[in-house]
Design a protein around this ligand. Structure first.
Ligand code: FES
Length: 124
């Protein structure tokens, strides 16, 4: 059975936008990886909740529609993200639903992400 595709627009901190498609049930991190989107060291820990480099900022209305809230380990890790906001999430912990089709998310500048990229010699 083919899962429904959802279109997402990632907005980098410099204002450039990149559109990508993902399938329902995938995380935002999966979408970045599967589409080889170039985002400075995004998702350095590969979704194991040990980095915060996958920080995304949602519009308030979209954030309110998300099926869950950043709690527990995600909340703890988010606190370490630079420039965290009330509508921040970790992209490896948010999974696509059909109603997210056409959603736009902001990818904040992330000094820690740069550091990770350096430390891993740009592997991620
Ligand atoms: Fe590291 Fe999400 S990829 S916490």
């Amino acid at each position: 059975l083919n899962k429904k595709e959802v279109e997402i627009t990632f907005i980098r901190h410099d204002g450039s936008r990149v559109k990508a498609k993902g399938k329902v049930g995938e995380s935002f991190l999966d979408v970045v990886v599967n589409n080889s989107i170039s985002l400075e060291g995004y998702g350095a820990c590969e979704g194991t909740l040990t980095c915060s480099t996958c920080h995304l900022i949602f519009a308030q209305a979209d954030f309110d529609q998300l099926p869950d809230k950043p709690e527990g380990e995600e909340g703890d890790m988010l606190e370490l993200a630079r420039g965290v906001t009330d509508t921040s999430r970790l992209g490896c912990q948010v999974f696509l639903t059909e109603s997210m089709d056409g959603i736009e998310v902001n990818v904040p500048e992330n000094v820690f992400r740069r550091y990770c990229q350096k430390a891993t010699k740009g592997k991620f």
